[in-house]
Write a protein that binds this ligand. Structure first.
Ligand SMILES: *[C@@H]1O[C@H](CO)[C@@H](O)[C@H](O)[C@H]1NC(C)=O
Ligand SMILES: CC(=O)N[C@H]1CO[C@H](CO)[C@@H](O)[C@@H]1O
Length: 174
């Protein structure tokens, strides 16, 4: 009974939080990792982990946290980067298409498999060539947290002082 009561408490705490918390993994065939930042000129943007920030049913923005416990466990499925958010349905890294003349674009974690064309070259995660992927960008942004974007390689970005280019490296958990 005590156990059930604390479970109920936990469930309501989770429901009230905008952050989709880490839950037990259900897939057994792939290596799971957390995506970790490095190489930023701003030290505050290094050693952060990708986390899903709930923005609507089935939608999250990719933000960053220093707390690996709340990071979103990821795995590669072919060229999709998927996340295990503890639901029976899949979540994928979804890049916003570069069709608004922006020098960088947003990155989401939405239901489904996300955007195809990711690869790891042994050091870091690279985004799809078809989207003009030109690297990862972290900016202190409107969720009161550092947020992940990707650079569109065909424009020269003027990087604001609140943003840094970063590498995203898988840190394997299994
Ligand atoms: C991997 O992606 C394929 C579709 O491309 C899908 O059918 C399959 O269920 C995915 N695997 C996992 C573990 O989500
Ligand atoms: C529950 C589950 O996902 N089982 C899978 C574990 O991995 C083997 C081999 O990859 C699959 O055949 C199972 O279906």
């Amino acid at each position: 009974m005590k156990f059930l009561a604390s479970l109920a408490l936990l469930a309501s705490a989770v429901a009230a939080s905008p952050i989709v918390s880490r839950q037990a993994s259900s897939s057994n065939s792939t290596q799971t990792f957390h995506l970790k930042t490095s190489g930023a000129s701003n030290e505050d943007h290094n050693n952060l982990y990708v986390e899903a920030y709930h923005t609507g049913a089935g939608f999250n923005d990719a933000v960053l946290t220093s707390d690996v416990g709340s990071a979103a466990p990821a795995f590669l499925n072919g060229t999709y980067t998927q996340f295990d958010l503890g639901t029976p349905f899949p979540w994928g890294f979804k890049l916003t298409a570069p069709n608004n003349y922006g020098a960088w674009e947003s990155v989401q974690i939405n239901t489904g498999y996300g955007t195809e064309g990711f690869s790891t070259d042994g050091s870091g995660l690279e985004g799809p060539e078809a989207y003009g992927f030109g690297g990862w960008l972290v900016c202190d942004w409107y969720h009161n947290a550092p947020q992940l974007f990707y650079i569109y390689r065909y424009y020269t970005p003027t990087i604001p002082s609140s943003c840094s280019r970063v590498d995203l490296t898988p840190e394997y958990t299994s």
